[in-house]
Design a protein around this ligand. Structure first.
Ligand SMILES: Cc1cc2nc3c(=O)[nH]c(=O)nc-3n(C[C@H](O)[C@H](O)[C@H](O)COP(=O)(O)OP(=O)(O)OC[C@H]3O[C@@H](n4cnc5c(N)ncnc54)[C@H](O)[C@@H]3O)c2cc1C
Length: 491
């Protein structure tokens, strides 16, 4: 492979990880990115002394980053410093009840006993159940490219019969818990891959395992340090980066890609093409129309995206003692909230509000005495009848008022910096399918099998990486997509 050259389209986490792995194999690698920074949806925003991560704020399964760095001959700890906030997240229920989640089992049980004493045993057994799901699904669905017959053959079919693919997250959680508090708490994890707990298969109850049993991590300085460190690593390995270079076409000849065309008309030849661009965009827009069957293109167009997000970043000259690093203000009617997002495709009128307040951990993320509130609300993916310019300001003001009513006293008057990001911005800036932020949704029991695999079967040398491909969205799965793509290339 020594004389081969590869082009990676996109410098998101998937593209960066892929570039590092390719360079480690001795392949000359160039990354072409449409924007002017690495990281894709993982970005940072700094204004007037306030600093925000504009994308991910929680890292799970950090051992995958460790694996990536060590595969590239480096030690992760030379690049990044991790910490684990003692309270993983503070929850504020609509009736004023407060609940802190911990990965420490004793502390967690104490908290559960405060709000739902009758469910303490159920809490323990539910976590065992999520661990069991992980052990039955991780090798089969995450660490496995699921590409050809031999991948399917390696599955343990007996295990697969007991991973609850035929009931929903919500049904299973309701079976375990009496308490509405714990029901809402455990249903929220489905949003980590942008899906509805009322539709997604109960298999997704595996997600609480990776946070509550394995731990939720922060990277000192902010999660954007991950993107920066991957770019540094890639450059050390000899990868070339070209920013402000949107790719408009993957050029193909029969069953092979020959290279790509950039927006400025430049043609770059390549032996291998790895697309970290959204899979729908790659299949429908970057490949020539005649390169793939109409059926395949239509199937890709019809695939349901994950939800999007409505983000408000507030730099405030005030601190609220009740806030921790991660905070969730729950809505009063979870079912209605998800119906509004996924069925009616409107912004929920009583949304669940997530706030990352990294200045709680990283004091220099806000001027002294201030806070940097990164507010995220699950929002519908783009549809024809939304006007985000119009919606944006009203909704932002509504959320600020809502938070003030929920205890962030005087929020309106403490704001020094304000910036919003809408679903349209996610589409426009990163080319993500209808503004989705976690790739495709899992609102279907077969979704694990519907996501595009990490290699296009129709071509010898086109690979797909990133959250819109197998095994799914979120930093850990995106890293796994890069490992899978590399394995398929080696095969
Ligand atoms: C607000 C928010 C909060 C999140 N929170 C978390 C969290 O707490 N934990 C977590 O694990 N995950 C979280 N996620 C999800 C996580 O950010 C994503 O799953 C992950 O970053 C996606 O990486 P990617 O490589 O798949 O794609 P992207 O980040 O979308 O990168 C794709 C890159 O390709 C570029 N590109 C696209 N088309 C072209 C083209 N034609 N030519 C050149 N370049 C192109 C884009 O500009 C982009 O840089 C969050 C996401 C958002 C937006």
């Amino acid at each position: 492979m020594k004389n081969e050259n590869a082009i990676v389209i996109g410098a998101g986490i998937g593209g960066l990880a892929t570039a590092c792995l390719l360079a480690t194999e001795g392949i000359r690698t160039t990354v072409l990115e449409k924007n002017d920074t690495p990281g894709g949806k993982m970005q940072e925003y700094i204004e007037a002394g306030y600093r925000f991560d504009t994308g991910p704020s929680l890292l799970t399964m950090p051992f995958l980053l460790e694996k990536l760095f060590s595969r590239c001959g480096k030690n992760l700890n030379d690049y990044l410093e991790f910490s684990e906030p003692e309270i993983i997240c503070r929850y504020f229920y609509s009736d004023g009840t407060l609940f802190d989640s911990y990965s420490d089992p004793d502390k967690a049980i104490k908290e559960v006993q405060n709000i739902a004493p009758a469910d303490a045993d159920a809490y323990r057994s539910f976590l065992n159940y999520t661990e069991d799901l992980y052990s039955k699904t991780a090798d089969s669905f995450l660490f496995n490219p699921l590409y050809e017959f031999k991948d399917l053959k390696s599955l343990n079919w007996l295990d697969l019969l007991s991973i609850d693919a035929f009931s929903t997250v919500s049904d299973k959680v309701d079976q375990y818990f009496e308490s509405d508090y714990l029901r809402q708490f455990f249903k929220r994890f489905t949003t980590y891959n942008g899906s509805s707990p009322f539709k997604a298969p109960a298999t997704l109850n595996v997600i609480p395992h990776v946070e509550l049993n394995q731990g939720g991590y922060y990277v000192q300085g902010g999660l954007y340090r991950i993107a920066e460190s991957l770019e540094i690593l890639a450059k050390e390995l000899g990868v070339t980066f070209r920013y402000n270079t949107p790719v408009t076409e993957i050029m193909v000849k029969q069953k092979e890609a020959t290279g790509v065309k950039a927006e400025n008309g430049e043609v770059l030849n390549a032996d291998l093409v790895f697309a970290n661009s959204d899979a729908t965009d790659t299949i429908v827009n970057l490949l020539p129309e005649c390169a793939l069957s109409k059926r395949k293109r239509n199937r890709q167009i019809k695939i349901e995206p994950s939800c999007s997000g409505f983000v408000i970043m507030l730099g405030c000259n005030k601190q609220w003692e009740q806030l921790r690093h991660h905070n969730i203000f729950f809505s009063s009617d979870y079912k209605k909230e998800f119906e509004q997002i996924f069925e009616q495709k409107v912004l929920p009128d009583d949304p669940t509000i997530y706030i990352a307040n990294t200045s709680y951990t990283d004091k220099n993320h806000a001027p002294e005495g201030g806070s940097n509130l990164f507010i995220l609300i699950n929002a519908p993916y783009l549809s024809d009848d939304q006007d985000w310019e119009l919606l944006s300001i009203n909704y932002r003001d509504k959320i600020i008022k809502l938070l003030s009513d929920r205890g962030l006293k005087d929020l309106e008057n403490s704001i020094k910096v304000v910036k919003t990001i809408t679903p349209f911005d996610f589409y426009n800036r990163y080319g993500s399918n209808r503004g989705s932020i976690y790739g495709t949704s899992s609102n279907n029991k077969f979704s694990a099998f519907l996501r595009p695999r990490n290699k296009l079967r129709e071509f010898e040398n086109i690979y797909l990486t990133g959250g819109s491909t197998h095994p799914g969205g979120g930093i850990p799965l995106v890293l796994l997509s890069a490992f899978n793509a590399l394995e398929l290339m080696k095969r």
